[in-house]
Structures are given as C-alpha cells and as structure tokens.
Write a protein that binds this ligand. Structure first.
Ligand SMILES: C[S@@+](CC[C@H](N)C(=O)[O-])C[C@H]1O[C@@H](n2cnc3c(N)ncnc32)[C@H](O)[C@@H]1O
Length: 210
C-alpha cells in the first residue's frame, strides 16, 4: 500500500502532463530497446518524471553560452543532453548500443549530438575547452582510486571548467570529498525524488594546486 501511495505522491509532484509524456516515452523507448538492446535501465527513467535529470539541465543551462561545449560521460541514449538547448553537445559512453540509439534520435535533434564510445579519458582527446562536464549516475559504482586517477589525468590538462556530479544517499560525502580535491562546489542541491545530492564543481586550474 505504502508503495502505491508513494508513487501517487511522486506523480502528483511531477504533474499529470509530465507523467503522461513520461509514460508515452517509456513505450517508445521500449521499441528502441527491442531494436538496439541497450541497458534496460534507460527504459525506466524518462526525463519528465526523473527530477535529478531536470535539475541537471536547470543548473547547467545558465552557465552555457551558444559556443560553449558541454560533455556528458555516461550519456546513455543522450536523454539529458537533448534537453540542453545551447552549445555544442558531446555524449560519451561505454555502451555502443545506447549510442547507436542516440544516433537514431539525432534525426529529431537539432543541432545533432556528437557521440563517442569511451569514458572519462576520452574527454582529454577532444582537444577543446569544456565549459561543463556531466558525470551522473554511474561514478558510485567505481572505487575512489579509479575515480581519483581518472580525474587527475583529466583535470591536469585544464580543459574542464565545471563538473556536475551526483552523490547517492547511501554514499554520503564520498563524491563530494573526492571532487573537493579538484575544485570548489558552487552549487549543492538535494533531489527530493532519489534523495541524492547534485554538485556543480568549479575546477581549479592545476597551478592552483589541484
Ligand atoms: C544508470 S545510466 C545513467 C545515465 C545518465 N548519466 C543519467 O544520469 O541518467 C549509467 C550509464 O553510464 C554508463 N557507464 C558506466 N560506466 C561507464 C564508464 N566507465 N564510462 C562511461 N560510461 C559509463 C553506462 O553505460 C550507462 O549508459
């Protein structure tokens, strides 16, 4: 019973319009899943009924200009990037199938998103300043050493200005402590739905001692 009350409360918070669009999108994504066989996770969390994805767009949009570059590592099918309207958008993921689905959705996306297979290390190969780097909903599965080593390599090139990360409630302060070695949190917000924290870090230049 509590499960259903909880669901109803969340639906009420999102609003009927968003719930209906989210449900319709889930069906479209199911068809895409049958074709591409990407990770099933991407079926379940449409943008319209996933609060943290909306928070990301609200935090990132104001810091972007038309000619900025925003990169989402772990972009999946590109759902978050599609809602960021300004700037050059680059999506990176290990999951080839999800990227192929994103490429198909590019037919309805203007300007198209650039997709690359890879991970954090791929960002350094872009050879372009990155105004905002998004890393959400996957870092929690990696250990501190992996994350720290990858960030050291990436940030020493001084190409990333801001980094948006999330921290699941079961790992309180872990991500915050790792990223605090590389920059200063300029935004800290809590997501009412998944109970996670969202941080925007301004990355120190290496000369500042990161
Ligand atoms: C749970 S989904 C989250 C998608 C999206 N970032 C979001 O917040 O909604 C995790 C995504 O991260 C990708 N991923 C996991 N480990 C990765 C890694 N080391 N490098 C790049 N992508 C990774 C997965 O393939 C998957 O698409």
């Amino acid at each position: 019973m509590k499960y259903y009350i909880d669901k109803l409360q969340k639906a009420y918070k999102h609003g009927l319009g968003k719930v209906l669009i989210g449900q319709a999108k889930k069906r479209v994504y199911y068809l895409l899943y049958v074709i591409y066989h990407f990770d099933k996770w991407h079926l379940y969390r449409p943008f319209e009924t996933t609060n943290y994805k909306q928070m990301i767009v609200k935090i990132i949009d104001p810091i972007l200009e038309k000619d900025s570059t925003v990169v989402d590592v772990g972009c999946g099918t590109g759902q978050i990037l599609r809602h960021i309207r300004k700037s050059r958008r680059i999506g990176i993921d290990l999951d080839k199938q999800a990227l192929q689905c994103g490429e198909l959705l590019n037919k309805f996306t203007n300007p198209p998103i650039e997709y690359l297979e890879g991970s954090i290390a791929t960002v350094s190969t872009l050879n372009t300043p990155v105004k905002a780097l998004i890393l959400t909903n996957w870092l929690h599965a990696y250990d501190d050493t992996w994350i720290t080593e990858n960030l050291c390599q990436l940030f020493k090139n001084n190409i990333v200005e801001n980094c948006l990360v999330d921290e699941v409630f079961t790992q309180k302060d872990r991500i915050k402590n790792i990223f605090s070695k590389f920059g200063t949190a300029t935004v800290i917000e809590n997501d009412w739905q998944d109970k996670k924290n969202i941080f925007l870090f301004k990355i120190n230049s290496p000369a500042a001692g990161a």
